[in-house]
Design a protein around this ligand. Structure first.
Ligand code: ZN
Ligand code: ZN
Length: 356
């Protein structure tokens, strides 16, 4: 079943949905453009765009969509289509519709009642990845793993953090990525204690170097982190690294369909706290990955008791220990839950401590 068909099944017979966000437009139509809307009825789907995108939309969008380029305003066309289908109730994306668009909808669609709900329905669909999505994520991670192998040969004294980040990005683009999944993190020395530090234009400092990066393929993201050592690791650094790795391996071993997202976070957290690093793992264990690099489900202490891993979920497992002003370390893999509840780990790069 296509993404469009799945969404149409979730629509009440007398409603339509107006999709305006770039990610959900792409998810439903398979066509990426940034000016226009999808108007979806239970058994009709219209892609509204303008002349610039018309030809590409005809050839790239799911063929179930009628492609329309309204001569007058887009929202006038939406109004006419709703009247034509005799629909008076319209779902909008409550999480992304701007105040400005909301006002325009109120002005143009005076005889239509606007409801929240499209975002929630799409979130529920997007959290479960199908085969095609899993294949795209695997391809993105394959490029990301290759970038890590490549960077190991590139790292040497004198190279700047920003060079490391750019080299990873160039490599991933050259290897066939559509782009990068998020801003690359490459932070060394004391800056490695910043979980989301920004690469600096200074030479790599001795000590930990944390690299968090990912390719994007077919719109889908990869997300991995490896921490290596520039120079030699002392006993304290080895102990910290081993604790993060032990926590990550324990969480990966425990992960399976039906396991609570909260319990999984606690598996890793208990190991880190138990080793004397209480309070040093300041973020959650992981997050869903898909068209967005941070999606549901969240593997976190704050997750509800009922939130469990399900077949089709793709999540990261990324414990870390950060000692403010000193250094930090994180190790991140990305996994999927298979139909039988077993786990597929997309990330193949070594996790043994590497000294450069
Ligand atoms: Zn990451
Ligand atoms: Zn992540």
């Amino acid at each position: 079943m296509t993404h469009l068909q799945k969404f149409q099944q979730k629509l009440e017979s007398d409603r339509a949905a107006l999709i305006s966000s770039a990610q959900n437009t792409f998810y439903l139509s398979g066509f990426r453009y940034d000016d226009g809307y999808l108007l979806i009825f239970p058994s009709r789907a219209v892609l509204l765009t303008d002349f610039r995108y018309e030809e590409a939309a005809q050839s790239h969008a799911d063929s179930a969509f009628e492609v329309l380029c309204p001569k007058r305003g887009m929202l006038d066309a939406v109004r006419e289509l709703l009247l034509e289908e005799n629909v008076r109730d319209l779902l909008i994306e409550e999480e992304s519709v701007t105040v400005a668009l909301g006002e325009r909808l109120n002005q143009k669609l005076t005889d239509v009642t606007v409801h929240k709900g499209a975002s929630a329905r799409l979130k529920a669909l997007r959290v479960i990845k199908d085969e095609g999505e899993i294949a795209a994520i695997a391809a993105a991670q394959e490029i990301t793993d290759a970038a890590f192998s490549h960077i190991l040969g590139y790292l040497k004294p004198g190279v700047r953090e920003i060079d490391v980040a750019l080299e990873l990005e160039f490599f991933m683009r050259r290897a066939g990525a559509d782009g990068i999944a998020f801003h690359t993190i490459a932070v060394s020395g004391a800056a490695s204690s910043l979980p989301h530090g920004v690469p600096r234009s200074c030479p790599l400092e001795r000590g930990f170097l944390t690299m968090d990066f990912g390719a994007r393929v077919g719109g889908y993201c990869a997300d991995m982190t490896r921490t290596v050592v520039i120079g030699r690791a002392d006993a304290e650094m080895k102990r910290l690294y081993d604790t993060v790795l032990k926590a990550q391996r324990a969480a990966l071993d425990r992960a399976a369909g039906g396991v609570s997202c909260r319990a999984l976070d606690l598996v890793a957290r208990d190991i880190i706290d138990g080793a004397g690093y209480e309070g040093c793992f300041g973020h959650s264990l992981g997050h869903g990955v898909g068209l967005d690099v941070h999606e549901d489900p969240r593997l976190s202490r704050g997750a509800s008791e009922s939130a469990v891993l399900l077949p089709g979920h793709v999540v990261t497992v990324e414990p870390g220990i950060y000692l403010a002003g000193k250094y930090g370390c994180r190790i991140e893999d990305m996994i999927a839950v298979n139909a039988d509840g077993s786990i597929r780990n997309f990330t193949k790069s070594t996790k043994e401590l590497i000294e450069i």
